[in-house]
Write a new protein. Structure first.
Length: 453
């Protein structure tokens, strides 16, 4: 054993347990889990499985808070925000990408995420010309990951067209563009960029959306190994465009044209009709929910109740990284259901509280979407763990599901003290072990970018 942890209470694969001794092997996997043991090793009040953040565009962290003023269009929307994003990313260099990705990963770890699933589509130079190493930006994300120590699932994005009609990419999209053939080369080069990272690193594929990829390009990307992620049914304008081009709504068209299964993660899915929710839930795919970003961009509200009732799986992501907060995402998801339906605790079950359902579902769904051997505290899985300070005022004296509810609904991520990603102890005392260096590089990148905007 490399590490021995002990917890007064821990949420295991089969429920809550007391006085739990956990052994972590040299390979970063959990070697043993034994409840009812005397205190030994590094002692903690509460240990939980740490989830994956299943959807992130790291570079957008640097523009957080810069797009909240009303623009010239009195009906500002996702689409006007998107134009501001295009102008911002024209300034980004590989050095900026590395600094921003490192800061995002640090914030994720300090929030309780053990893995960053990066939906990576900023591939080329401004103007669309490839870097000498066509996976240069992926290499910068890998370098940031080596410093942060977080787990990484990298999803190079295939982005072919500007819309369902096959129109050329606009000026703001040229840094994303890939033909199907170039995408396969980019995917291979991205894999090469990850080779120096630890064994828990995963490479997947991401056809961006039905708007941006041809059916043939979608099939080729989905045929690559690893998880498959794509944006789906996020905006009403997207629904109308897909329906006009293909004669079916996005979910209907995807299910008719592709063999969607548990490898898939469909991001947002906020614009679904009841029959689409039922059909998509039954595929075993994960719904990739990003409630803070979805609220900020006015995407809509995911139908989590119906999704759950049909066996659907979901995980949580920070998407635009406007705010990186695990408890905030879970709370926002639940509150959206309450506000829409004038209800309370609708996701709870007779034997599990709202917080327990939210957390366990997000942990399992995030692991599935990341293609990661995690999702529970159990032997053989990666040691993705987070510790809570059970002495915090709002957690004082609480146990089991009630403690989870208090953390998610009354507390914050600041109650987390420690985090392990595949056994790497990267947050101690609530602070990332490389916080000073990572923050310094991020400040320098911000100085460059904001001076140019």
């Amino acid at each position: 054993m490399v590490q021995i942890l002990w917890a007064a209470q821990a949420l295991l694969a089969d429920g809550w347990a007391r006085d739990v001794r956990i052994g972590i092997g040299a390979d970063g996997r959990i070697a043993s889990v034994m409840p009812g043991q005397p205190r030994a090793g590094a002692a903690h009040r509460v240990l939980l499985p740490a989830p994956a953040n299943l959807h992130s565009h790291a570079f957008q962290r640097a523009m957080a808070g810069l797009t909240e003023a009303r623009g010239p269009d009195p009906r500002d929307s996702f689409w006007t925000w998107r134009q501001l994003m295009f102008r911002f990313l024209d300034r980004l260099t590989p050095d900026h990408m590395r600094a921003i990705a490192g800061f995002v990963q640090m914030e994720m770890a300090e929030a309780g995420y053990a893995c960053n699933v990066e939906f990576h589509y900023l591939h080329h130079r401004p103007g669309g010309q490839a870097y000498d190493n066509m996976a240069e930006m992926a290499a910068q994300i890998a370098a940031a990951t080596a410093q942060s120590g977080i787990g990484l699932t990298l999803l190079p994005v295939h982005y072919q067209f500007g819309g369902c009609d096959g129109r050329a990419l606009g000026p703001g999209q040229l840094r994303f563009g890939t033909t199907p053939e170039a995408y396969l080369r980019l995917h291979d080069a991205s894999g090469a960029a990850l080779r120096a990272l630890p064994a828990d690193t995963v490479l997947g594929a991401a056809p961006h959306s039905l708007r941006a990829v041809s059916p043939a390009g979608m099939a080729r990307a989905a045929g690559l190994p690893g998880p498959v992620h794509m944006h789906l049914a996020e905006q009403l304008a997207e629904v109308r465009e897909v329906e006009a081009a293909h004669g079916a709504r996005p979910v209907e068209y995807l299910l008719d044209s592709m063999d969607v299964d548990a490898r898939w993660c469909l991001i947002h899915a906020t614009q679904m009709q009841p029959h689409e929710t039922r059909l998509l839930a039954q595929t075993g795919a994960v719904a990739g929910l990003c409630p803070i970003t979805e609220a900020n961009l006015g995407d809509g509200i995911f139908d989590a109740i119906r999704w759950r009732d049909h066996g659907g799986r979901f995980g949580i992501g920070s998407d635009s990284n406007l705010r990186i907060g695990l408890t905030e995402e879970l709370r926002a998801l639940d509150h959206s259901q309450r506000l829409r339906d004038s209800s309370r605790a609708a996701l709870a079950t007779p034997d599990k509280s709202t917080g327990r359902v939210l957390f366990e579902t997000a942990v399992a769904g995030g692991a599935q979407a990341a293609g990661r051997d995690s999702g529970a505290i159990a032997p053989g899985l990666w040691a993705d763990l987070l510790a809570l300070d059970g002495a915090c005022t709002d957690l004082e004296g609480l146990t089991g599901d009630t403690l989870l509810d208090a953390w998610i609904f009354a507390g914050s991520d600041r109650m987390m003290t420690d985090l392990w990603a595949a056994g790497r102890h990267i947050v101690t005392g609530g602070r990332h072990i490389a916080r000073d260096a990572i923050t310094s590089a991020y400040r320098a990148a911000l100085h460059d970018l904001r001076a140019a905007i």
